[in-house]
Design a binder for this molecule. Structure first.
Ligand code: ATP
Length: 371
């Protein structure tokens, strides 16, 4: 394409209003396709989580947005401005007005916390900048450590400073790659909470990479779930959890019970009750995924005559919930081992007969030949 034509195309493309806009993005490392056909938007003030198993391409996509990888195919725009087209414009990371935080965001060891946060700000010695940096440190609970050096801080404190440093230039977009994964569980919960509130308060659009579905649900306004380089489903946490597009989306959010059955009269029989076949063809085999919390369990005094019943194999307290291992009996006599997750302490004895009620809103039916 000639330079003039390319400039015209870029100008025409500069109309997006989304904070981050990625379209038709592919990326290869040698022969290996790391990112394929990705369309993604992050709107102003929105937190979007890139979620997926290890190696699915999350970090590569974030690095493309940051400008740390050169775009090979597709287009990237930030705040309506095209910043990367293959073989054309590639705005370097420092000119993209993005804040970056990584798993181990190395702070400058020879600078104090406050100096780390003001580093890179224009006129960083000025009172205004110091005030601004201190206000950010205050929001993140680190103002008392402003004069400390990084080696005297815990890992969690260092991540808070890294976040303040990334936020200091008031970027339009924050790009966070597994920022909490090196922290222990209790600390992680607190820092996640503080980070979410600070991001919402400053109103930065945010793309956050994580492999942890609970973290994504906690942080995200929307989640983009990736698999093998592609985005499988994008939506609110509720949309992904309650209306998953395929079995991968269901299983990624936690342990599920899986049974199969034949579609008859628009229904599929399972050992814990019939469910709607969701439009699958009559006579076809359905794959039924049942979340453990879909099984409500009530103890029975004795197995009722001529009534299908289930019994307890074992029960374990997991803290906020109990996990009950059940043996459920189908009409044809087949037995299935199912897990029920029930709130609180509920520890029925082994062999206890139980009645199971199925909450069908947490049951998902797919063709058996789907992946
Ligand atoms: P993780 O959660 O483990 O960090 P991820 O989802 O972020 O994984 P990426 O780091 O984006 O995945 O990697 C995607 C694929 O690209 C992987 O197969 C990885 O091995 C490969 N890959 C990533 N970076 C490079 C590189 N610089 N050179 C060659 N292959 C790479």
């Amino acid at each position: 394409m000639s330079k003039t034509a390319q400039a015209a195309t870029t100008q025409a493309l500069d109309q997006d209003t989304g904070m981050l806009h990625m379209e038709g993005v592919y990326h290869r490392f040698g022969e290996h396709p790391a990112v394929q056909d990705v369309e993604l938007d992050v709107h102003p003030g929105e937190v979007v989580c890139l979620l997926g198993p290890s190696g699915c391409g999350k970090t590569t996509l974030l690095r493309i947005a940051a400008g740390l990888e050169v775009l090979q195919h597709g287009r990237v725009a930030i705040n309506g401005r095209t910043i990367a087209v293959p073989g054309g414009r590639h705005l370097p990371p420092e000119k993209r007005n993005v804040g970056l935080v990584f798993q181990d965001s190395a702070l400058f060891p020879h600078l104090t916390v406050l100096e780390n946060v003001t580093f890179g700000l224009p006129g960083r010695q000025g009172r205004g900048q110091r005030h601004h940096a201190l206000a950010l440190l205050e929001k993140l609970g680190m103002a008392a450590h402003a004069e400390a050096y990084p080696h005297t801080l815990s890992g969690g404190q260092q991540q808070r400073v890294a976040l303040a440093r990334a936020l200091a230039p008031s970027p339009q977009l924050m790009l966070l790659d597994e920022p909490f994964s090196s922290l222990d569980a209790r600390l992680r919960d607190r820092i996640r909470d503080d980070t979410l509130h600070v991001l919402k308060e400053v109103g930065a659009g945010t793309l956050l990479v994580t492999h942890d579905p609970e973290e994504a649900m906690f942080m995200a306004d929307r989640i983009a779930l990736m698999r093998d380089g592609r985005i499988v489903q994008t939506g609110t946490p509720q949309e992904l959890y309650c209306a998953p597009k395929d079995p991968f989306v269901v299983t990624f959010f936690g342990d599920v019970n899986e049974v199969s059955g034949t579609v008859r009269g628009g229904r599929v029989e399972t050992p814990v009750g019939d469910v709607d076949a969701d439009g699958l063809a009559e006579g076809s085999t359905a794959r039924v995924l049942i979340r453990p919390e879909a099984l409500r369990v009530a103890e029975l005094d004795a197995p009722p005559e001529a009534h299908r019943h289930s019994h307890v194999l074992m029960a374990k307290l997991l803290g906020r919930s109990s996990l009950v291992h059940l043996c459920a009996h189908a009409r044809d006599g087949c037995e299935s081992h199912l897990h029920a997750r029930v709130p609180g302490v509920f520890l029925p004895a082994a062999q206890q007969p139980v009645r199971i009620h199925l909450d069908t809103s947490q049951v998902f039916v797919f063709p058996a030949d789907g992946d």
